[in-house]
Design a protein around this ligand. Structure first.
Ligand SMILES: *Cc1c(COP(=O)(O)O)cnc(C)c1O
Length: 407
């Protein structure tokens, strides 16, 4: 079977046309930090499969958890039934986040949808009919329509969807305090990606803005939603990016790294105050329930992944990655084509002045054995915490060569 030939016929890829306008590489297997292509080529992974493979690929502990669960109960509906993998996971997430009421979802976008619904229901239960949110420029919160409504209007192309698009209030992060003051009576919540904004621009922000948002949201009883889907589970050097500001949000979403990149799973966590207020009101319930909610395979792998993380020296490993990214990437600031280099934790970003180089950089890196997928002006890498120094230097050196070869 020719994978690429078939792929061209029927398979629509993310953010792409059918057939794809850009090169698609067929992958045969993965292990640790390596992606093996159909022709045997091995690529060192600089993407962690979009922030998810925090331990690297095929980690034996996670594979074992998956297989063990598969032998007894791969799936069971969650309406009216419960099971150990799910309740164990909810307990772990509650303890780790300080938010005791947990809703399991099957993708990050769905957990954000549930977060937005929860905030609206909380306000309604309190007698306020409000449904707008304050969100940030450069935000990315997922691709379903509700989520898109709180994504940066330009980069997520709101204009294409006309009246179907919810209209919200956007501001630059340095205006977050003023914006909350101005719209405090009209909003159901404030949603932010704490510290690092991901797919909407790979920006890194001071913790001060989170503190301001926390203070004002508390003052006006507005749910503060922290979308930690990308940043969570240690990517910024702390378990949660919110920890950089020593704040706890009212609602948090997690996904991506939750299962170590093996199964699709996400969760929304909130305060007892919010879940009690909704549950004891006339509204009573949250009208949401994915068919595959609490999937036992996904929950078992998530439990194993969290234990693996907590029993590892992840803080030291992420600090080491941050040091190497700083040391190796910051010098790229001197290049004419580079707008800005920024990095934190396991995340390194080189923003270029032009968006015309993304493909050239990707092709150069693949040719030299590194998998990276820049978008627009952003060349960025998120690595597994188990990456070796040798692998990390291979990534930074290849990236440096690629960027230096550009005109
Ligand atoms: C990836 C991402 C999402 C969406 O998660 P999916 O699993 O792709 O639906 C939401 N918010 C942030 C911050 C993300 O990085």
């Amino acid at each position: 079977m020719n994978v690429l030939e078939l792929d061209k016929q029927h398979t629509w890829h993310p953010y792409n046309s059918l057939p794809s306008k850009t090169t698609i590489l067929p992958v045969k297997t993965t292990y640790a930090q390596t992606i093996v292509l159909e022709d045997g080529t091995e690529l060192t992974d600089a993407m962690s499969s979009w922030w998810s493979a925090i331990h690297g690929y095929n980690h034996p502990t996670l594979i074992k958890a998956l297989k063990t669960q598969a032998n007894t109960m791969p799936h069971i509906m969650f309406g009216g039934l419960t099971h150990k993998p799910a309740v164990e996971l909810c307990k772990k997430l509650a303890d780790l986040s300080g938010l005791p009421s947990v809703f399991l979802a099957d993708s990050g976008s769905v957990s954000v949808e549930v977060a937005l619904k929860t905030a609206i229901l909380y306000k309604k239960a309190k007698g306020q009919n409000v449904s707008k949110f304050i969100a940030l420029n450069n935000a990315y919160h997922g691709d379903t329509l509700g989520c898109m409504g709180v994504c940066d209007p330009q980069t997520s192309m709101h204009s294409l969807y006309g009246e179907y698009m919810p209209s919200n209030i956007f501001c630059n992060i340095d205006k977050i305090g003023n914006t909350i003051e101005q719209y405090k009576d009209e909003i159901a919540g404030v949603i932010v990606e704490p510290i690092v904004q991901g797919a909407g621009g790979m920006k890194i922000h001071s913790p001060e803005y989170l503190k301001i948002a926390r203070k004002l949201c508390t003052k006006y009883d507005i749910p503060l939603i922290a979308d930690e889907i990308a940043t969570g589970f240690g990517h910024t050097g702390k378990m949660w990016a919110c920890d950089h500001a020593d704040i706890t949000p009212d609602i948090m979403t997690v996904g991506k790294g939750l299962t170590g990149g093996i199964m699709t799973l996400a969760a929304m966590m909130t305060t007892r105050n919010i879940s009690d207020t909704i549950s004891s009101s006339d509204i009573g319930v949250i009208m949401h329930g994915p068919t595959f909610m609490g999937n036992p395979l996904a929950c078992s792998v998530a439990n194993a992944s969290i234990d693996l993380l907590l029993n590892s020296s992840w803080e030291q490993k992420v600090q080491n990655i941050e040091n190497i990214f700083t040391q190796e990437l910051q010098s790229l600031n001197n290049l004419e084509i580079v707008q800005e280099v920024r990095n934190i934790g396991a995340i390194g970003v080189v923003e270029l002045k032009s968006d015309k180089h993304a493909l050239t950089v990707q092709e150069f890196c693949v040719k030299h054995g590194v998998w990276i997928r820049p978008f627009g002006k952003l060349v960025y890498s998120i690595v597994s915490y188990n990456i070796t120094n040798e692998e990390l230097y291979k990534i930074t050196n290849t990236l440096k060569k690629a960027l230096k070869s550009l005109k």
